[in-house]
Write a protein that binds this ligand. Structure first.
Ligand code: ARG
Length: 457
């Protein structure tokens, strides 16, 4: 298609290194849509005859039908999806196909196709994340009152509710979705019409093509239009951060499914066995979600490094933009689906969680708070007294709430009669009613707010 000034064809290895068709054939739907918008505009503007525009448009529909039925062949000689489609079009409608590429370059064409693809990818990810949020909210609602240890430094810190813990992930996913939504809003400008890099002398109508393809407006600068891949980087940044959140939840599932924790049991559907150790039930899906996050972050790094040294405008290095985005998207979509499945079907072993919360002296802060509230003891002093109480319980191997009132009052006489009830894990979580706190009433309010938001979508 560009051989006019060449006497010889490319070397076989040149052909191989140059070709992007093995991966960019994934853009075929977007390539057809972009070409149809372009040719309709060329006809409307009188740049080509209306009749030729109609023939080309119908021909593109035939090519699309052929791709849908038979797939896109990996013909390295045709280099990429743009040339492959033009060549198919010529087979279908003859030499008039050659008028399609008027006032256009593959540089603005690929930038347009790829934006359209990333936009669709964002919509798919958003739907997946909404489903994951629904699963989290459903499970949180079941467990708004289930007590578990809350951790800092992975040491039992204060009791929390499992519903509260799950809703923390709901919040992370809310931010992830808003990051994708920002990326989508920012990228929704149409580069078509920038041509190779400088614009074109043909009287094109960029507003018309932008509108036909669902973009908010045309891009403002032709050089930027063909050399910008921020939209792909924004997608990868959002994907990397989402993957990071999924990885943290995956890590908790791995930890919680281990025997020493025993907080969750994964159903058969989401577990694998060992070929040598018959007792094993491995959380492979969670481990792979954790693992895939590393690869997704790698995809972001890969494209950043590809772009960082490129002068304006288009350079062929930019053809390498697609594999990391496709890879990240496939891994992310799979990770979201797997995480949703696990969250929906996990069995939470609430009796184990409760026992762990009771075992770790995790209500010590409640005793200190009570001394402040009931006896007016300054918090620093209350902290010290409570430390002595914990030491005693530890030396006797009992829970704080098992200590006798006499023992407690021997440490400090200001400890009151009702202290035992305040030291239960249920009383501890119920007391934490501050905004955003772990008390079941707060968790239920957070769930109701989340449901209203998810229901409004
Ligand atoms: N396959 C190329 C890519 O994906 C299309 C653009 C080619 N442009 C060019 N000037 N050779 O980037």
């Amino acid at each position: 298609m560009w051989g006019g000034r060449f006497a010889e064809g490319p070397a076989a290895v040149m052909r191989e290194i140059n070709a992007s068709i093995p991966f960019d054939k994934r853009l075929w739907r977007q390539d057809i849509a972009g070409s149809k918008a372009h040719v309709a505009m060329l006809g409307a503007q009188g740049i080509i005859a209306q009749e030729d525009a109609a023939t080309i448009s119908a021909g593109l529909d035939r090519v699309a039908a052929d791709y849908a039925a038979n797939g896109v062949a990996d013909d390295l000689a045709l280099e990429d999806i743009h040339m492959a489609t033009e060549s198919k079009l010529a087979e279908a409608i003859g030499p008039v196909a050659g008028r399609l590429h008027t006032a256009r370059s593959r540089n603005d064409q690929v930038a347009t196709d790829f934006r359209l693809w990333v936009r669709d990818a964002i919509d798919a990810v958003d739907a997946g994340l909404a489903a994951l949020q629904r699963a989290l909210v459903t499970r949180a609602d079941e467990h708004a009152e289930s007590v578990m240890p809350g951790f800092t430094h992975l040491q039992a810190a204060q009791p929390v509710t499992l519903g509260h813990h799950l809703m923390a992930y709901y919040e992370m996913i809310t931010r992830d979705r808003s990051r994708f939504a920002d990326a989508r809003a920012r990228m929704n400008e149409c580069p078509l019409g920038a041509a190779a890099l400088a614009g074109t002398g043909f009287p094109i109508d960029r507003q018309a093509t932008a509108q036909a393809l669902g973009f908010d407006r045309p891009t403002a600068n032709s050089l930027d239009s063909v050399s910008d891949r921020d939209f792909a980087l924004d997608y990868l940044t959002s994907a990397a951060q989402t993957a990071l959140h999924l990885s943290r939840l995956a890590e908790e599932i791995v930890l919680w499914a281990s025997q020493p924790f025993g907080f969750v049991a994964l159903p058969d559907q989401w577990s694998t066995g060992s070929s040598i150790m018959p007792q094993k039930r491995n959380p492979d899906a969670a481990e792979l979600v954790r693992g895939h996050s590393g690869r997704i972050i790698g995809c972001l790094t890969s494209l950043m490094i590809t772009m960082k040294g490129l002068p304006l405008a288009y350079s062929k290095d930019m053809q390498d933009d697609k594999p990391p985005v496709f890879e990240a998207h496939d891994l992310l979509a799979l990770s979201i689906a797997a995480m949703t499945g696990m969250v929906e079907t996990l069995t939470f072993r609430t009796e184990r969680m409760r026992a762990a919360a009771e075992a770790g002296f995790s209500t010590a802060t409640d005793l200190a708070d009570r001394l402040v509230r009931v006896a007016g003891v300054p918090f620093r002093e209350a902290h010290h007294i409570t430390g002595a109480v914990v030491k005693l319980a530890e030396s006797r191997g009992v829970a704080l709430s098992d200590l006798l009132l006499g023992d407690l009052q021997a440490i400090d006489p200001r400890i009151d009669v009702d202290v035992q009830s305040a030291l239960s894990v249920d009383a501890s979580v119920a007391a934490r009613t501050s905004e955003g706190g772990t008390a079941p009433v707060r968790v239920r309010a957070a769930i109701a707010a989340a449901r209203a938001r998810l229901g409004d979508e």
